[in-house]
Every structure is written in C-alpha cells, then in structure tokens.
Design a protein around this ligand. Sequence first.
Ligand SMILES: [Zn+2]
Length: 227
Amino acid sequence: MNPPFVDIHTHTAKPSANLIQIVNLDLNQPCPEHGYFSYGIHPWALDDAEFQAEKALQILEEKLKLPQVLALGEAGLDKMHKASFERQIELFERQIKLSEALKKPMVLHDVRSHNEIIALRKKHKAVQPCIVHGFSGTEQDIKQLIGQGIYLSVGESLLHPERKIYKSFKFIDLDHLFLETDMAEIGVEKVYESAANLLEMDINVLKTRIFANFAALWNTGKTEPAF
Ligand SMILES: [Zn+2]
C-alpha cells in the first residue's frame, strides 16, 4: 500500500505521480478538465476599487458546479488587513451559503479571526467541512478550532524550527490534519518529511492518515475521488 501525497492547497500545479493536489485558481481562470481545483473570493479582493461582489459571486457559483472543483476557497477573514472587516464578513457569509448550497467544503484564510469564523458557521448552521489553511497557531488555537470540527492545514512553515507552529504542530489531532504547499515552490513531500520527523512517525503512516482525511471529506474510500 503506497498512499498518495495530498497537497490540500497550492497555487501551482506540480504534476507528479502519486500526488493529489487541489490547485487554487483565480475566478477569471478557466477550469482545466483534469485535476482538482478550488475557487473562492479572498477577503483581499475587497482592496480592488473595481471589485464587484455580485458578479464575482455569480462566477463563483458557476465554477463550484463543476465536479472537479472540490472546494470553495480561499475565503475567510483577515483582521490584519486593511479591507473593512464588515465587508469581509458580508462576503464570507455569502460564501458559506454557497458552500452549503453546493455542498463544497471550504478552504479558509483565517488571520486572527477564529472567533468570528466559528460564530458565523454556527449562525448559518454550516455542515460542510472547512479547512483553515496556512495554519500557524498555538496549542490553544488548535484546541479551539479542532474542538469545532475544523481541519487545519500546515505548510512550509514546518521547515522552519524558529516558527511557533514547529512546537505546537504535535497538538494537531491527526484526524484533522492536512498539509499543503500554498505559494511555496517546494514539493509537498518536503512538508510531509518534516511533519513525519516532528511527529516521530513513519511517513507512510502519515500519508495514510492524511489520505484518509481527504477521502472522508470528499466521500470516497477509493484511491481517487469518485468523479
Ligand atoms: Zn493560498
């Protein structure tokens, strides 16, 4: 048994055997037929004076209907960013509704907004799984998010011993863990190696566990999602 690597969030397709990746595309990019993708409206989109929310949401809805689009993302909230937090919340709520209506899990950009994300998911009775990507928080953040059933995805920060995630990583329950490359120009294999070292775990066991999470989210026990 040689489970595939899963790169749950990347901006660059890195074709390789035995790798499943969800490639994040911009709304104006056409969706390739093969592979797995995500589309969403990032809160930073609000910076653009020309941004038209209704139009973007309409395009997003069409993209999400494609079977190879596995997730809605990145969407979320960013307290450190200049865009009005109220407008960010409005946009995020609309996307929670789309995620629920079209039954697509969400990949979240969450900067100091755990409380709001949890509260808004409750408000909308969200049942679609969600993954906080680029996670780099503390043990307490981990408990708070996983306590709400939220998945955490960690990226190349695991290659940097000085980052706080390096110490807190072991507190992430394996049933709620994903790994990713995001913008980094490395293979996800490197992230897996570092994660396996930190957990003192065989890399194949780690691959099996993470692939099981992937299969659970997208309802398949097979080696590939069912479409
Ligand atoms: Zn990203």
